[in-house]
Design a protein around this ligand. Structure first.
Ligand code: BES
Ligand code: MN
Ligand code: ZN
Length: 489
């Protein structure tokens, strides 16, 4: 609910901007006198004192307050080695500056773009860092009066267009984080649907919400099965943004919108069950991207699909052993009601395959605990069927710093989800390749020849990566920046 949204661009002198502080980066391998032209007079002495006192060295991730000659408050942040300057360095530096502004209750800051960082992607990274670093989730604090927000930033000397783009991307990420951080009793399927509608209204999108009765009658037996244990109304959300040429194939994004995953009858242990409010982070990615799309208005066709429900137990809930029929007609033997994400995605992927002729389908889901075992909280696990698409995803990953790691989807794994009595089962081989089993299951529901990639974000969607532009223990909004890069908006 709270993040910096007033970001301006200026090409003039930082002293004219009427901000409460200035932020400047320094390298750790370059003499100070060779890097501080514009700020020399006022800040040079303060910074060189801080360097000789070892308060700062210029390493990536460092931020230090220095007081200039006329009482100017300066945030000095590390840029690392000059030859290795990257957007990620700036994103971290800017994130660190935002966080320190908030701790020190500084209202506004002028951020000097380093002179080696003239490329537009560098400016974009700076805004992303400033806005994402300023993010706080305080919606439910009513007693703590010590809350403080960073109100304004002026970026001095960057690329104006890239700054606007970066701001819109960061706004999309912050919206996703808000939805994701909200608990299951607030961020219900209806809440996600309402957000989809309001994004659609402001962004030339057609948003359709299918209710339980409708999607059940249409044949989405897998979503209906998972949703049978809850009275909170499930929704199947479709967002169509068709501002590109008619002949252009749409790009489809599918997101798991499980607003609370108790495991169902195959109930989860109590410890950390609260974290299962984050089981809609795939939906968060789709809504975050669509929010950014609604602002940047590219001439493209992009479709977002979100199957959304809770997974609860009770006398109406689906059972282990049940057989469900998905939207593409395939039958699924349910061996564990806690492997529900792949079930609701089965209907969404079938729907996407049947109703559109897409350029590609990407799905985002907090699908398996096993991906956390494999990759920790460092990277998103990806797998798919099309090498060219996967290569593009890897290249967007390198550009945005949002790490992905590919798992194989060999035939041996596809065999492991075959059922004795139905077409497929929702478990793979016990204790083996759990994340790949999830992908192998989903594979059955994507029409052959449609390029497709599954993103298992269970390790990357929330948690503690200790990045200055993320918050410890809260939702990260990862993959939104990667997708925007991939879409080439
Ligand atoms: N939402 C969970 C996956 C998950 C678990 C995400 C822990 C983040 C942290 C998913 O629905 C699930 O329960 N998966 C099961 C699959 C298993 C039953 C095959 C899992 O990973 O244990
Ligand atoms: Mn589950
Ligand atoms: Zn789940």
């Amino acid at each position: 609910m709270s993040h910096l949204s007033n970001v301006k661009y200026s090409s003039g002198d930082w002293r004219n901007n009427n901000t409460d502080a200035v932020a400047v980066g320094i390298y750790d391998d370059l003499n100070l006198s060779r890097q501080l032209q514009g700020v020399n007079r006022e800040l040079g002495r303060g910074i060189s004192n801080a360097l000789s006192a070892n308060l700062i060295k210029g390493k990536i991730g460092e931020v230090q307050i220095v007081i200039g000659k006329k009482g100017t408050v300066a945030f000095v942040f590390g840029l690392g080695k000059q030859a290795e300057l990257s957007p990620e360095t700036l994103r971290k530096g800017a994130g660190g500056v935002s966080k320190l502004c908030i701790t020190k209750k500084i209202n506004s800051v002028s951020f000097l773009v380093p002179k080696d960082a003239k490329e537009s992607y560098m400016s974009q990274a700076i805004v992303e860092g400033l806005v994402l670093g300023s993010y706080q989730f305080n919606e439910y604090k009513t007693v703590d009066k010590d809350l403080f927000e960073l109100k304004k930033a002026v970026i001095i000397g960057g690329n104006k267009k890239a700054i606007v783009k970066g701001l819109n991307i960061a706004e999309g990420v912050c919206l996703a984080r808000d939805l994701e951080n909200r608990p299951g009793n607030i961020a219900t399927p209806e809440h996600l649907a309402d957000n989809a509608k309001s994004i659609g209204r402001s962004g030339d999108m057609k948003v359709t919400i299918l209710e339980r009765e409708k999607f059940t009658q249409m044949g989405m037996g897998a979503l209906a099965g998972v949703a049978s244990g809850t009275e909170v109304p499930p929704k199947f959300i479709i967002m169509e943004y068709m501002m590109g040429p008619k002949s252009q194939k749409p790009k489809i994004l599918v997101g798991k919108g499980l607003t609370f995953d108790s495991g169902g009858i195959s109930i989860k242990p109590a410890s950390k069950m609260d974290e299962m409010k984050y089981d809609m982070c795939g939906a968060g990615v789709v809504l975050g991207v669509m929010k950014t799309v609604s602002k940047l208005k590219p001439k493209m066709n992009i479709i977002g699909i979100i199957p959304s429900t809770e997974n609860m137990s009770g006398d109406k809930a689906y059972r282990p052993g049940d057989i469900l029929t998905a939207y593409n007609g395939k039958t699924i033997e349910v061996l564990n009601t806690d492997a529900e994400g792949r079930l609701i995605l089965a209907d969404a992927l079938s729907y996407a395959s049947k109703h559109y002729n897409p350029e590609f389908i990407l799905d985002f889901a907090t699908l398996t605990g096993a991906v956390v075992v494999a990759l920790g909280h460092v990277a998103t696990g990806i797998m798919g069927t099309n090498e060219i698409l996967i290569d593009k995803i890897k290249s967007s990953s390198n550009i945005t710093g949002e790490k992905v790691w590919e798992f194989p989807l060999w035939d041996e794994y596809l065999d492991q989800v075959k059922s004795n009595i139905a077409d497929v089962k929702n478990l793979g081989a016990p204790g083996q390749a759990g994340s790949i089993a999830g992908g192998a299951f989903l594979h059955s529901f994507v029409k052959k020849d449609i390029p497709w990639c599954h993103f298992d974000i269970a390790g990357s969607a929330w948690g503690n990566k200790n990045l200055p532009y993320q918050n410890k223990g809260l939702a990260t909004g990862e993959m939104i920046r990667l997708v925007i890069d991939l879409l080439k908006i």
